[in-house]
Write a protein that binds this ligand. Structure first.
Ligand code: 0A1
Ligand code: ZN
Length: 851
């Protein structure tokens, strides 16, 4: 049981742990409802005379001893305190045995069971559900683990961190915090490979899966080897144990976890075959395998002092995985994808009641802070730092970071200091990116006379919960200038905006230029710049910066859609022509063209309308988007039809970026053409596809035009035994349903025999998908809100973490009309009033309601 009154934890209150843990030994005797955990800690008091507090939750204490002598201690709801009077002044051995029930652990935190397999998730504070321990990241120790198999014979494979030292025995020599502990036991099979490090050490690589899934690990293994090599060449980081293992589990709250030497993955980010996984799945597998592997240095060897420093490992590791994916595929396409995601999730978060700094200063439940702000904005901050100091100085600073802090639990101050030391530059203003929440807005004014072009930038960051009057930040603004004929007059240069308002001059220009601002999206800001349609068309046609070329098209699409919503205007021919030209431009990467043809999401439009003072109407937004889609399809039909034929990828499926890009463009063409051919091409492709990317593109196109019912049945027959594919079947039927049918579709699927609501992937594929169907979720009757609230109330006692994450669907409630606001508020209050509500959901709902 947890505390009745949850405490607010504050960064300002940090104090070091008054004991050092010199060694940890754990012995597990596995049993579904009565697992015994014997832990033996070698402890050195650092401040003799201090009580020893150990965290522990939901544990049954069997016995405890100090230096072999039994001690009597009384646990409370969150742990136990050993009074100083019972402790020696010098080093001592603490021993305790507890009993836990992994089969009853539905929260998937601590030691739990997934389909008969034992596995753990300890980040952030799950280790305290395994044994009494100082469960905080700044307590680092080497671990020895021994696992005794379950008596029912269900666990032939016994895994933990580090190197194997016998059956079920593992030694991890690298001191680590408890959140990186892992144990896996079950009937698993492995796919094996090896990797030779640059210094010539042979590392065994093993991916563990359930029998039958061995054939779906090849891509993950390949991605792992490429990640290992990349970290050596790009960051000089070599792997440091004799073995690296990955386990795929079906029941997992998040994407994956970087436990030392034993990463545990949500199976959707490991298992792939051409028939069952889409190009997007392959891309995510590559990125997440890399992410978890890169944590070995950024997170594990150097970890966080406390959870306020979460972005120290997450922002940096996301930045590293983004660099890796860009190197493996296309930097331009990767950047556009990353910015799309940043705007959809992080800008949305920053604009609402859940806005918080990249390094928060207080929390109630740390699990609620694994957010887009900590991860994605955290990565943007690293990217800006690299842009400001340059790639060589960035590498020098990173080298210094690894050299200076290896084996330590660090802070953002430590991270910033290595770059100050490596460059001699004062980064104190830059640090504001970590402490000030909110997305800065950049207003742009221009002047031109006598060959001199003056750009005046003004920055302003809106108020966010608990923060007003923000100071100007350092904003790198990469700029290029184009002439009227599209030629580049001034190549990219990065301006450093440090004042509230600042002007920058460009001399000796032959004419008034068209500026290409914020190239490569050089800072996570909202640019407010009045650009004429002619200039935008010019940038779309000629900008040499691929990000801004795409951005010009996106801005045109967005202003077209906004005008359609607010003024009921028709899209301009010039815009439709320009889009058609880009679609058919064979000199451009097909993946880029697919992105250029994609329209802003309904949520993005709602966010934009709200920011400009207009109350968004989800139905009107949906209708406008649908009507623009039809207009593009009609206008570009011959081009799209040709693309559909020429972009077909011959030969067997390969997941590489080139083939995936062609399929993406062909899929986009198919979607648009379905508006013209009544789904004929899609029906044919659905039946003939030999890979999931093409089958799903066809299935989606049919669902969107309301012609999907036959395909729904066929797809189910074909795939009902494959859990990951069935997740897609659930999700698409809800997210692509016509708005008026979305809630009904979601309800029907939640009543389906295959709806296993305790499995987070499946829960998200029905309820999460509803929140993605903007107009369906925001149905003015409020039935979407009610359905989600019903399910969150039901899920909360079972899995508070997953329930809490999904409350974010309500965080935009203040955007909407008074009727919708009233309906959402009612549901939030209903959730808040639920007896016994978890700390996780209580905190989230409280913050959302405080808007
Ligand atoms: N550190 C992992 C993410 C993660 C965080 C929390 C978890 O359970 C509460 C699980 C995974 C990563 O960044 O991949
Ligand atoms: Zn991570």
């Amino acid at each position: 049981m947890r505390d009745a009154a949850p405490q607010t934890i504050r960064l300002a209150d940090y104090t070091p742990y008054p004991f050092r843990i010199d060694h940890v030994e754990l012995i597990f005797s596995l049993a579904p409802t009565a697992t015994r955990v014997l832990s033996t800690l070698k402890v050195t008091p650092l401040q003799p005379g201090t009580d020893m507090r150990l965290d522990g939750e939901d544990l049954l204490l069997i016995r405890a001893a100090i230096d072999g002598a039994p001690v009597s201690v009384t646990p409370d709801a969150t742990g136990l305190t050993v009074p100083a009077a019972l402790l020696p002044d010098g080093p001592f051995t603490w021993e305790c045995e507890v009993q836990i029930a992994p089969a009853e652990n539905t929260a998937l935190e601590g030691l739990y069971m997934s389909k008969g397999m034992y596995c753990t998730q300890c980040e952030a504070e799950g280790f305290r559900k395994i044994t009494y321990y100082p469960d905080r990241p700044d307590v680092m120790a080497p671990f020895d683990v021994r696992i005794l198999a379950a008596e029912d014979g269900s666990t032939p494979v016994l895994l933990s961190n580090g190197n194997p030292t016998g059956h079920g025995r593992w030694t991890d020599p690298w001191p680590k915090p408890a959140y990186l502990f892992a144990l896996v036991a079950g009937d698993l099979v492995s796919v094996d490979d090896s990797f030779t490090t640059r210094s010539g050490r042979d590392i065994a690589l093993r991916i563990w899966v359930r029998p039958g899934d061995e054939g779906k690990c090849a891509y993950a293994m390949d991605a792992l080897k490429r990640s290992m090599r990349w970290d050596e060449t790009e960051y000089g980081r070599e792997y440091d144990l004799d073995i690296f293992q990955i386990v795929a589990v079906d029941d997992f709250n998040m994407g994956a976890m970087e436990n030392k030497g034993l990463n545990i993955f949500n199976s959707k980010y490991v298992l792939a075959s051409p028939e069952t996984a889409t190009d997007r799945d392959y891309e995510l597998i590559e990125g997440i395998i890399a992410h978890e592997y890169f944590h070995n240095w950024t997170g594990n060897r150097i970890t966080c002092r406390d959870w306020f420093q979460l972005c120290l490992k997450e922002g940096l590791t996301v930045f590293r995985d983004q660099q890796f994916s860009g190197d493996m595929r296309s930097h331009a396409v990767k950047r556009i994808d990353d910015v799309l995601m940043l705007r959809a999730r992080q800008f949305r978060e920053d604009a609402g009641p859940l806005a918080h700094p990249v390094r928060p200063e207080e929390y109630i439940e740390i699990n609620n802070f694994y957010t887009a702000t900590v991860y994605e904005k955290g990565a943007e901050v690293i990217g800006m730092l690299r842009t400001l100091i340059g790639p060589e100085a960035y590498r020098k600073g990173c080298d210094l970071y690894f050299e200076r802090h290896d084996g330590q639990a660090c802070t953002i101050e430590d991270w910033i200091a290595v770059f100050e030391d490596a460059t001699g530059r004062d980064l104190s203003q830059f640090k504001l990116w970590y402490s000030q929440a909110g997305t800065p807005r950049l207003d742009v004014a221009e002047a031109f006379s006598d060959g001199t072009y003056t750009l005046t930038l003004r920055q302003e960051t809106p108020d966010t919960p608990g923060q007003t009057d923000k100071a100007p930040q350092v904003i790198p603004v990469t700029v290029g200038l184009l002439g009227r004929d599209g030629r580049e007059l001034a190549p990219s240069t990065t301006l450093e905006l440090t004042e509230r308002t600042q002007s920058f001059r460009f001399d000796d220009l032959p004419e008034r230029p068209v500026p290409s601002l914020l190239r490569g999206f050089s800072a996570p800001v909202i640019l407010r710049h009045e650009v004429s349609r002619e200039d935008q068309l010019l940038l779309l046609a000629h900008d040499t910066d691929p990000f801004n070329k795409w951005e010009a098209g996106r801005s045109l699409a967005k202003s077209t859609l906004i005008a359609m919503v607010t003024e009921d205007t028709a899209p301009s021919e010039a815009f439709l022509d320009a889009l058609t030209t880009v679609a058919g431009d064979a000199s451009l990467d097909p993946a880029f063209r697919a992105l250029a043809l994609a329209l802003p999401s309904e949520d993005d439009l709602a966010q934009t309308l709200h920011a400009s003072g207009v109350t968004p109407d989800p139905d009107a937004i949906h209708a406008a988007r649908q009507s623009l889609t039809r207009a593009i399809a009609a206008h570009a039909e011959p081009t799209l039809s040709a693309l559909y034929d020429t972009m077909a990828v011959p030969g067997p499926y390969t997941p590489d970026a080139k083939a995936a890009g062609r399929r993406a463009l062909r899929g986009t063409a198919l979607r648009l053409l379905s508006e013209r051919d009544n789904g004929d091409r899609a029906r044919a492709q659905f039946l003939s596809a030999d890979n999931m990317t093409e089958q799903l593109a066809a299935f989606s196109a049919l669902l969107i035009i309301g012609q999907g019912s036959a395909a729904v049945g066929t797809f189910y027959e074909q795939w009902h035994e494959d859990r990951l594919v069935m997740d897609k079947w659930f999700a698409l039927q809800v997210s692509l349903a016509p708005p008026e049918k979305a809630v009904r579709a979601c309800k029907a699927l939640a009543a389906h025999a295959d709806f296993d609501w305790k499995n987070p992937n499946r829960f998200r594929s029905a309820l999460g998908a509803l929140t993605m169907n903007a107009a369906g979720f925001h149905n003015p009757s409020g039935e979407g809100y009610e359905l989600l609230a019903d399910w969150l109330i039901r899920l909360d006692p079972v899995n508070p973490q997953t329930a809490a994450r999904m409350t974010t669907a309500f965080d935009s409630w203040r955007r909407y009309d008074t009727n919708r606001q009233r309906l959402i508020k009612m549901e939030l209050e209903r959730i808040a009033a639920t007896p016994g509500l978890s700390r996780d959901v209580t905190e989230m709902v409280g913050r959302i309601l405080a808007a």
